[in-house]
Design a protein around this ligand. Structure first.
Ligand code: NDP
Length: 336
């Protein structure tokens, strides 16, 4: 099936997202933070977390599950531990306030962590860890979500799609950024495949009757599987623990029980860790890691994680966005 697209500049993507959010009660700070998240996703080709998410962001505001005027509160529990109460707001606002504190503490003490609570995360994780890596630190973050993923061997969902992000800084170069769902495919990608009538690889998920299928629409109704069999399932479990009890927040199944089931991201937690390789190792490892990445890059057929996005970012031109999606967002904006 061919999908009709229209070209739209990054500035217009930002304006469309921001003005629509403002119309539905987001304050300027939330509208700016979310519009920025959506725009950088479109810029980097992370389209499942770009404008595609705006209807969900708007519905979150409309159903009052998310507070578009929330101002996060941050407590410095120890010199290196922060607890950020996002007060039911969207996650980019919590990041705006907590990441600079985290980075400052990790630069000073070698390590720092923030437990984000009462937050609604609806985006990719690379912006958080990339910001940490751009400050010369290593970043690690996890988020859990609604139970859509069955553990290896099972057909009953218990895990969220449970993404984790990791970034390693490189002096004078883009950081290495790994950002992946522990589900075989992020639900946003499966939903886009279902919308566009594309098949997904066998092993992505099961139909409502528990059968393996390549039909994305069937998987949206059924259950996703973790990537990599029992090993991916074990990592999904780790993400579930780090994003729930580690930060004083809910497991995915508890998140679902607390959710109003309206479209838009459910409330949950996020674990973010920043580490200084220089302080931990007592060395400047730039030359050593550069030699490693040069060796890696020289392997035919291999590329570094994050490289696709960083390449997309070089293009400052308009992005081809699904035409029906633009129409829907404009209806949201103009019919309120
Ligand atoms: P992908 O499988 O597309 O990519 C995972 C990682 O692998 C990326 O870092 C990617 O880098 C890298 N990669 C991809 N192909 C290659 C390759 N051939 N060689 C080397 N590295 C490669 O991501 P997912 O579909 O698993 O996740 C998509 C997004 O969904 C993520 O951003 C995730 O945070 C988000 N998500 C958010 C959730 C939430 O609740 N907020 C829930 C679940 C997912 P590159 O980007 O450069 O391609």
């Amino acid at each position: 099936m061919t999908t009709s697209t229209i070209d739209i500049s990054l500035t217009d993507i930002y304006d469309l997202a921001q003005t629509t959010l403002l119309k539905y009660g987001a304050n300027q700070e939330t509208a700016n933070a979310v519009a920025n998240t959506v725009t950088i996703a479109e810029r980097d080709g992370s389209i499942s977390h770009g404008l595609f998410r705006i209807p969900g962001y708007i519905n979150g505001l409309k159903s009052k599950k998310v507070d578009g005027t929330a101002k996060p509160e941050i407590e410095q529990v120890t010199p290196i531990i922060f607890r950020c109460n996002a007060k039911n707001g969207y996650a980019p606002v919590a990041h705006h306030y907590s990441l600079p504190l985290l980075i400052e503490a990790a630069k000073k003490f070698g390590l720092a962590a923030v437990a984000i609570q009462n937050s609604h995360h609806f985006a990719a994780l690379w912006p958080e860890v990339e910001q940490i890596a751009e400050a010369g630190l290593v970043g690690l973050t996890t988020v859990s979500y609604l139970p859509w993923v069955a553990p290896a061997g099972g057909t009953t969902p218990i895990f969220g799609t449970n993404p984790m992000g990791f970034a390693w800084p490189r002096a004078g170069n883009n950081p290495i950024v790994i950002d992946m769902a522990t589900a075989s495919m992020a639900m946003g990608e499966v939903m886009i495949a279902a919308r566009d009538g594309h098949e997904v690889p066998l092993g992505t998920g099961l139909s409502t009757s528990g059968e393996l299928t390549t039909d994305a629409a069937e998987i949206v109704k059924g259950v996703l599987l973790p990537f990599g069999g029992h090993k991916g399932s074990a990592i999904a479990l780790m993400v579930e623990l780090l994003s729930g009890p580690m930060v004083g927040e809910t497991f995915s199944y508890e998140t679902q029980a607390n959710d109003n089931a309206e479209e838009g991201p459910a409330r949950g937690g996020q674990f973010i860790l920043a580490m200084s390789p220089n302080i931990l190792s007592g060395k400047n490892s730039n030359n050593q890691t550069d030699r490693f990445f040069e060796k890696y890059d020289a392997i035919k057929g291999a590329r570094l994680p994050g490289a696709r996005r960083h390449k997309n970012r070089e293009d400052k031109g308009p992005r081809a966005v699904n035409a029906a999606l633009i129409k829907t967002i404009k209806q949201f904006r103009d019919n309120n």
